[in-house]
Design a binder for this molecule. Structure first.
Ligand code: KIV
Ligand code: ZN
Length: 390
């Protein structure tokens, strides 16, 4: 395996499930957690145990069935939250408590009516409480994306000294540009004296559509964990999409020098499971898992694709468990795609036949969004009938 490993921390069942309408019951959560483990994620954030009895139960039950992945529970930097998270995780073979507090001035002043010094102390204290229950403690500096870097470095140093083994740098509001987020991670790598004692984690939201780019910028600058969700589900515009970061890392393995333990063939099946269970459709043009991710509809693209798939596809659909490439016949399609489809349907037409049939095809295509095989069967049969009569 080339290069360095990037840990995949999946938060579909926590940040993803916060989306209105995506609420899951314990049975559904267990099914998804088992599928996430089969996919190869390193950490499953199973829920926020203090938030409701149902979430407590889900985290608890997931902890009982997961064998290899670390099971993680979220908490605020509040003693009771941490105790409840620890209790929910008690049966997990490998457990992580994820605790934290807002560190931007927006959070410190507006949310907590507090000061930087007080928040720094609360952060370190929360990590110490969590360390009473497990050696695997992750700290999140909420709104780190808009937190002053000098202050953030002091917080990160303090929580590592208190025992945090992973430090999460969330761009909670999806505000950062990729170079800014990358520079933030690089600043921490270069300015926190004890940074070698913890893994830095990227947790990016997608408010400006930059979550994937920001996460990749983060690992290029030294982070070694990405927090993400299946189908990019999550608060507002969503979280970093798991399938996107995994495939960026895979496609650019030789340039970036990273790998993950994800079995990419499971990406499409798991995307469908999550979409069906959460009743949240995937947009057709979604990278990797959208219905159109491997569809070709314009004549120029179809012609190139039929000559060599690599002209218009950078990923083999099989590699991500998709059904396969599709040639969609529309009014923008060309003769070569039409001839190819007739051939697949068992009709042997020469160039002149296809020229005539193409005119008929365009008339149908102008009426319909997509021309299906049954339309083509009809066109071919009519054409053959006329040819025989003539
Ligand atoms: O976006 C965020 O800051 C979070 C934290 C709770 C980790 O989800
Ligand atoms: Zn989040």
């Amino acid at each position: 395996m080339p290069g360095q490993k990037v840990f995949i921390f999946d938060t579909t069942l926590r940040d993803g499930e916060q989306v209105p309408g995506c609420k899951l019951n314990t049975t559904e959560k267990i099914e998804i957690a088992l599928a996430l483990e089969a996919l190869g994620v390193d950490i499953i954030e199973a829920g926020f145990p203090i938030s409701s009895p149902g979430d407590f139960q889900s985290v608890n039950e997931i902890g009982k069935v997961i064998k290899n992945a670390v099971v993680c529970g979220l908490s605020r930097a509040v003693q009771k939250d941490i105790e409840v998270a620890a209790e929910a995780l008690q049966s997990a073979k490998r457990r992580r408590i994820h605790t934290g507090i807002g560190t931007s001035d927006f959070h410190i002043k507006s949310k907590f009516n507090s000061t930087r010094e007080e928040i720094l102390e609360r952060a370190a204290q929360a990590v110490k409480w969590a360390r009473n229950f497990t050696d695997d403690v992750e700290f999140y500096a909420e709104d780190a994306g808009r937190t002053d870097n000098e202050y953030l470095a002091r917080v990160v140093e303090a929580v590592i000294a208190a025992g945090a083994t992973t430090v999460n740098i969330p761009d909670t509001t999806g505000y950062c540009l990729p170079h800014q987020y990358g520079e933030k991670i690089a600043f921490l790598v270069n300015n926190v004296p004890n940074i070698d004692k913890a893994v830095l984690s990227c947790h990016c939201h997608n408010d400006l559509g930059l979550a994937t780019a920001n996460s990749i910028a983060g690992v290029i600058s030294g982070a070694r964990q990405i927090e993400c969700t299946i189908n990019g589900l999550g608060e507002r515009a969503g979280n970093t999409s798991l399938e996107e970061v995994v495939m960026v890392i895979k496609q650019h393995a030789s340039t970036l020098g990273f790998y993950t333990d994800i079995n990419s063939k499971q990406l499409n099946p798991l995307s469908r499971l999550v979409s069906d269970t959460m009743r949240m459709p995937v947009q057709p043009n979604k990278a990797i898992v959208g219905a159109n991710a491997f569809s070709h509809s314009s004549g120029i693209h179809q012609d190139g694709f039929l000559k060599d798939a690599q002209t218009y596809e950078i990923i083999n659909p099989e590699e991500v468990g998709a059904d396969g490439s599709k040639i969609v016949l529309t009014a923008r399609s060309g003769r070569s795609a039409l001839a190819h489809r007739f051939q697949k349907l068992g009709f042997q037409f020469n160039r002149n036949d296809v020229d005539v049939l193409y005119e008929q095809f365009l008339k149908v295509a102008d009426r319909k969004k997509e021309v299906g095989d049954e339309d083509l069967q009809e066109l071919a049969t009519q054409y053959q009938g006329k040819a025989i009569v003539a």
